[in-house]
Ligand binder design. Structure first.
Ligand SMILES: C[S@@+](CC[C@H](N)C(=O)[O-])C[C@H]1O[C@@H](n2cnc3c(N)ncnc32)[C@H](O)[C@@H]1O
Length: 211
């Protein structure tokens, strides 16, 4: 978003993140995260892990967990969360569009509320497909563009101010279409709403796509 933005609002956004999501987590988001993460197994890469809200929700089938986070303010908090966790985890500061990992090195890639924010979602999809083993899965939970044309128009109108407030979050992205046009095969999608959220970021989809 720019250096001055990142040093001011970007820093505050990371500091306020857990508090601003508390009501949503308690109203059902945490349970949805748990449901999505239940499919994780083997070597797992989580994209844009933020402050680490998923960390204690992973099942025991996970053998190795790598948390990716390019934002230094988020990454600092993520490291603190990771150090306090009984689970062995590593944190890597890198963007989803340029993954510093070998081809086919993960069984699962996780993306929760991230594909709305990455600057180049198509490049991120290509990269995550590259690092997945054949047969490996993307587990996603993302807020998306509304199907209702009236709400979609509001998402388009408010995209810029929301992006400014939301540290780069695009409220009007059709992320399921982006997954469908990626090298992955969309396997399952469920639909619902992000609890306790403004209408423009309410439409929610979660599911799996396979390499
Ligand atoms: C709304 S937060 C979601 C955090 C976390 N995944 C969660 O579920 O609470 C969006 C995250 O995406 C990260 N992000 C932004 N650009 C990214 C990129 N190019 N690659 C990976 N993550 C990115 C942000 O730094 C932030 O941590």
């Amino acid at each position: 978003m720019g250096r001055i933005y990142d040093a001011t609002w970007g820093r505050a956004f990371a500091a306020l993140y857990d508090r601003s999501f508390k009501a949503a987590e308690e109203a059902g988001l945490r349970e949805l995260r748990r449901r999505v993460l239940a499919g994780a197994g083997g070597r797992v890469l989580e994209l844009g892990a933020g402050t680490g809200l998923n960390l204690d929700l992973y099942p025991t089938e996970v053998e190795d967990l790598v948390l990716l986070e390019p934002d230094p303010h988020m990454a600092k908090r993520l490291r603190d969360t990771a150090e306090a966790s009984p689970r062995p985890v590593s944190v890597t500061e890198a963007p989803a569009e340029r993954l510093p990992f070998a081809d086919a090195s993960f069984d699962t890639v996780v993306s929760t509320l991230v594909l709305c924010t990455v600057p180049d979602p198509a490049a991120a999809m290509t990269e995550l497909a590259r690092v997945l083993e054949p047969g490996g899965r993307l587990l996603f939970l993302e807020h998306v563009r509304a199907e209702d044309p009236g709400l979609a128009r509001w998402q388009d109108r408010l995209e810029k101010p929301w992006r400014f407030l939301g540290d780069g979050c695009h409220c009007n992205r059709d992320t399921v279409a982006a997954i469908e046009s990626s090298p992955l095969r969309l396997e399952r999608v469920e639909r619902g709403e992000l609890p306790k959220a403004p209408p423009i970021v309410k439409p929610l989809r979660w599911g799996t796509a396979v390499r």
